[in-house]
Structures are given as C-alpha cells and as structure tokens.
Design a protein around this ligand. Structure first.
Ligand SMILES: [Zn+2]
Length: 331
C-alpha cells in the first residue's frame, strides 16, 4: 500500500456507472467502480490473491450497502485504465507471459496496482518482465539489448515508487552512461517526451559515476593498471610486467600494454563510466598480431573476471543493499 485509501468516499450523488464491456461477469459477486465504470468480478478470486481485497470484502464498508444490479459496490480511487489492466491480468494471466507483447505504460500501471493491492504474484511477474531489460545477473545483462535512456529513467522512478529495488542497479548503470546534461535535464524518448530523474537519483548517478570510473580501472581494465600504468603516465621506461609465465614475446607485450595505456589516457577513455564494457573477441583478435597468445589470454581472463567484480559491486555504487538482499525483496 502507498498509504492511500483504496476506497473512494463519495462526496456527492453519482451518475449510474457504465458496465465495462468486457470485464463484466454475470455471476460476479461485487462491482468495482472506477471513474464511473463498473467491473463486475468475483470477490473470492480477488480475496484469494490480495490481502487488501480480502479485508475490503470481509469488513462491511458503508459503500457495500449500495448495490449495482444486485451486487455490492466498492468505489475505488484508481483510474479506469489502471483497474482494467489489473483485472485483465487476474482473469487472463497469460497476457503477462514472457513472450507476450506489453507496453511499458501497462507494465508500470500493473506494478503500481499490484504493489498497492498486494497481488504478490502479479508484482513479481511484472518485475520479472522489467528484468528482461534491467536484469540482476551479468550473463543476462550481456544478452540484453541496451535499453533506451528514457526507459531507464522511467524504470528508476517506477522502481523507487514501488520499492522494486532489484531493478535499480542495472537501470542506474544505464542512466550513468548518458551525458551529464541528460542526467540533469532528463532523457527524451522517440516521441519527444522528456523523463527527468528525481533529485535523489541524480545524486545517485553523480556518486555512482565516480565509482564506475574507479571500477573500470580497478576491475574491468585491471590488466592495464597493474604495473605499467604508472610508468606510462609518468613516462618512465617500462620494466616489463609478466602477465603470463608462458609469455613468448616479453618486450613486445610490455611495449604494447604501455602504448595501450597511453592511448587510454590521451583519448579520455580512462575517465569513462562504462565499467561493464566488454572487450569483444574482434578487439582481442586485432591485438593478437602484436602480443603473444599467452598474455592475450591472461588479459582476456582479467577482463572477464573484472566485469564480474563490477557487477557484484554494482548495487554498492548506488548506495543499495547487496544483490542477494534486493533480490530477496522481490520473491
Ligand atoms: Zn606475452
């Protein structure tokens, strides 16, 4: 519940509600009224899945004295559309199945309504849908197309509102990939609508970006910061650091990594926030001409392990509890 009383208290005589053309079951036991539309549904079904409805239907409310076509009425303060989305899922759960096409606005409505009325299984199913774009594991993140900035901004606000914190690390990470101006002023979607972050999330991004820059150096590109980085920046001649005991091109590999670091510093990539960046096989293959296979394999492994470290630490960059805790909140 968000503290709002779900039952709307009438202050003036109402017009007779219009029955919903679809969600109107002749054997339904209660009429839910939202914005002048009546949904005749089964009270037992609602009560079995929602403690809030269970209480509303068990304790006689003043409104229950009123009837509509012979069944008690409950006036709700929700919009007609929000109630319609919720009831459609209650009666036809398959519309939330993973392969079902469902718009973000509908998912957001369902998450708010299922949170408000404590429909736990619907809430968890909606969060699972949103996790298709904002997952809780690195392996899923790597298979996920990069969501738009405006979607990430909306998901951050929605996750805060509904306390679905498991969505936040990936969503905030996505926000942090945007230019500072976008984080401060909002992200524009394909229709030109701008979604802004709340002040606390702008702050979370600012702090998170500093952690991400550090994590990129410490973990993702650890093989660059081990030893040669200092020498590259200061210009002191490299003393080769062995990355692999089997290194077959000792001087080449040392020179290469030094040039790699110098390029990173000059190009500004050393300050970037994409700590989960994956060095593709193609990129590694291009390096293969200049370094030995053993060092290449060692660097690739360091990159893989480093990204996993970043993912594990990701919630902490945004002042969130660790993964297991925020996962546990959505079960
Ligand atoms: Zn080597």
């Amino acid at each position: 519940m968000d503290g709002q009383d779900p039952i709307e208290v009438p202050s003036s005589p109402r017009d007779k509600p219009e029955p919903h053309p679809d969600l109107w079951y002749s054997d339904g036991s209660v009429a839910l009224i939202a914005e002048g539309t009546a949904f005749r549904v089964h009270g037992g079904l609602l009560a079995a899945n929602s403690d809030i409805f269970k209480d509303m239907l068990r304790v006689p409310q003043p409104d229950l004295v009123e009837t509509y076509e012979g069944v008690p009425i409950i006036y709700l303060s929700d919009t007609k559309n929000d109630l319609e989305h919720l009831l459609k899922v209650i009666y036809r759960f398959q519309c939330l199945w993973p392969e079902a096409v469902i718009e973000f606005d509908v998912l957001a409505s369902l998450l708010r309504m299922s949170t408000k009325y404590l429909f736990t299984h619907i809430r968890n199913a909606v969060i699972a849908r949103l996790q298709q774009s904002f997952p809780d594991t690195l392996s899923k993140w790597d298979k996920t197309p990069v969501p738009s900035a405006s979607t990430a901004f909306q998901v951050v606000a929605l996750a805060r509102e509904t306390n679905a914190r498991v969505l936040l690390p990936a969503a905030l990470y996505r926000c942090c990939q945007e230019p500072l101006e976008t984080i401060l002023r909002g992200a524009r979607d394909s229709n030109g609508l701008i979604t802004k972050l709340h002040a606390m999330d702008i702050e979370a991004c600012m702090i998170g970006m500093r952690f991400l820059v550090a994590a990129r150096r410490k973990h993702t590109f650890r093989f660059l910061s081990k030893g040669p980085r200092y020498r590259a920046i200061t210009g002191v001649r490299s003393v080769h650091v062995k990355w692999s005991e089997k290194c077959a091109k000792l001087s080449y590999c040392g020179e290469f990594i030094q040039s790699f670091v110098q390029f990173a510093v000059r190009s500004g990539s050393w300050e970037r926030h994409d700590a989960l960046v994956r060095t593709t096989d193609e990129l590694w293959e291009a390096r293969r001409q200049r370094v030995c296979v053993h060092c290449l394999a060692a660097w690739k492994k360091a990159n893989t392990n480093g990204r996993e470290n970043v993912w594990n630490e990701l919630p902490s960059y945004f002042n969130l509890s660790e993964w297991d805790v925020i996962r546990g909140e959505c079960r």
